[in-house]
Design a protein around this ligand. Structure first.
Ligand code: C2O
Length: 535
């Protein structure tokens, strides 16, 4: 195993998109930022130096950070932010993971421009469980706003309303020629005919689940969230913010130019966001004057496609890559997910939109929760997050407009070391139903079941897949439905659990788990690094 070192300079740069330039926060001036390459078993040291005017912190999304939450990154959860002019070294080992993950700013909405891919190669001489591709390409989806994103968010907050939607989606930072002035901001992937390419796809968008397709080419899904899957072939894929998907594409078509396209999935009667970002799959020696063809993407509200697609995802579950699904459950949790309101004197109508789990809107602390836990500092958080909602109701019936007001608190759940947890996440019709991509830090989990409507504890567990369910770190909970996940709490620390729609995270759709230390020394949270930022 090697030690890989990276220097990340957080710096402001002028970047031009959609006909005008604006200053954005970048890493090393890149948009997207650099790809981190490592091998399973490596130690990685990333020195982040903050030259921007904002506080910064960076999360290595999907890396488990065993007993080492200090390197996880979410601001005020596992660390205080890196202040302007300071540095912090994220120091971690990559154990038992290989595949595509990504990194992003985990403070304010700065991940709008501060993100990049992480490519973890398998150990030396360990092949992929699929034929070796001839080439590979990282493909990262994002969003772009004309205005300064932090200003857009501030304005929304002041009014208690959602901030303006983004003005473009992007592929590797580029919106593609369907947007104004974007001919030169088009990502081009050059390929040779008759080869197989591995695409490492990341959805770094802030607020959109996305459909993706390539004109004339099917894709074979081989991995999600850095876990191998049983391969299946599809003409389009669905990817929620936070998720990654590896696919193999065979360039077996007539040499030409083919659009790759990405557009939001919106599980509502009238989709409001119809923006399509495009990039070009360019066969060698084809003149750039040839017009590319657009692929057929599923309709923006194609729920059926979404449900069918997600059902196809299965863990590989072979001797080398077993799916170790917990069979018995020590701790059973049921969290409702919903929107809601809270009082706000200055806002339109005197209320602001909020979001809650079990009717609790999470209040961000002013110091790192992991520090508070490690040093036993009282008064920062409580561990009384309820295992289920205060009262049961018809979660997905007619829109619920009464009792919309949420309670507030920095309330966490305490989980015994090495216990097995089942968590059912139930969407609710508070104001409206919506799909929520939930991300758990510090773990992968198995998605043992999903369904539409209200979860029924009497009958739904019988439908669980406990053999080869997909294993991942982010799950799109179906609109007006539920998802059941299982994991073993073998990673001590404080682990954030939140909706990966930045809009909802900002409204409080989050909590954290405190996983207790185990009996052995290596099962306890390590001492914090000396350069850990202070609040
Ligand atoms: Cu990718 Cu807590 O996030």
């Amino acid at each position: 195993a090697a030690t890989k070192k990276y220097q990340f300079n957080v710096e402001v740069k002028n970047v031009s998109r959609l006909c005008h330039a604006k200053p954005i926060v970048t890493v090393n001036g890149g948009f997207p930022g650099p790809t981190v390459y490592a091998r399973e078993g490596d130690r990685v040291l990333i020195n982040v130096t903050n030259h921007a005017q904002y506080n910064m912190s960076i999360h290595w999304h999907g890396l488990k950070q065993y007993a080492n939450g200090w390197a996880d990154g979410p601001a005020y959860i596992t660390q205080c932010p890196i202040k302007t002019g300071s540095s912090y070294v994220y120091d971690f080992n990559i154990t038992g993971q290989r595949g595509t993950l990504w990194w992003h700013a985990h403070i304010l909405w700065l991940r709008a421009t501060v993100y990049g891919a992480i490519v973890i190669l398998p150990k030396q001489a360990t092949p992929f469980p699929f034929p070796r591709p001839d080439g590979e390409q990282v493909i990262v989806f994002g969003e772009w706003w004309h205005a300064d994103v932090e200003e857009v968010v501030k304005q929304g907050n002041a009014l208690g309303l959602p901030p303006n939607m983004s003005d473009a989606h992007t592929i590797n930072g580029k919106p593609g020629p369907l947007f104004l002035c974007s001919e030169k901001h088009t990502f081009v992937m050059e390929v040779e005919q008759g080869k197989r390419y591995l695409l490492r796809i990341v959805n770094a968008a802030l607020n959109d689940e996305l459909f993706f397709a390539i004109a004339g080419h099917n894709m074979t899904v081989v991995e999600i969230d850095a876990v191998y899957t049983k391969p299946f072939t599809t003409n389009a894929l669905l990817i929620a913010p936070g998720q990654t998907t590896n696919v193999i594409v065979s360039t077996n078509r007539a040499p030409g130019r083919y659009f790759m396209a990405v557009r939001p999935f919106q599980d509502v009667p009238i989709p409001v966001d119809n923006k399509t970002a495009t990039a070009i799959l360019q066969y060698k020696n084809i003149p750039t004057t040839v017009m590319p063809l657009l692929p057929n993407l599923p309709q923006p509200n194609d729920t059926e496609f979404a449900l069918t697609y997600n059902k196809k995802l299965r863990s590989l579950n072979t001797a080398n890559f077993p799916a170790n699904v917990p069979m018995k459950v020590d701790r059973s949790l049921f969290f409702t997910v919903g929107l809601g309101k809270s009082v706000c004197a200055t806002c339109v109508n005197g209320t602001r939109l909020s979001a809650s789990l079990n009717n609790i809107t999470f209040v961000m602390p002013e110091t790192g929760l992991l520090q508070a836990h490690y040093f036993n500092k009282k008064g920062v958080f409580t561990v009384d997050f309820p295992d289920k909602p205060p009262t049961a109701f018809n979660y997905t019936g007619a829109p619920i407009t009464a009792n919309l007001f949420t309670s507030k608190g920095t309330r966490l759940s305490k989980i015994a070391f090495n216990s097995t947890v089942e968590l059912v996440i139930q969407d609710t019709n508070l104001l409206s139903v919506e799909s929520h991509p939930f991300h758990l830090h510090g773990f992968n989990f198995f998605v043992v079941g999903t369904g539409v409507g209200n979860f029924d504890p009497a009958t739904d567990p019988a439908t669980y897949n406990l053999v080869d369910p997909p294993e991942r770190n982010t799950i799109g909970v179906p609109t007006g439905g539920w998802a059941a996940i299982r994991f073993r709490a073998d990673n001590p620390g404080v682990w954030f659990f939140h909706c990966h729609l930045e809009l909802h995270t900002g409204w409080g759709l989050k909590t954290a788990f405190v996983v207790e230390d185990g009996p052995r020394k290596d099962q306890a949270v390590r001492p914090p690094p000396k350069d850990l930022p202070a609040c």
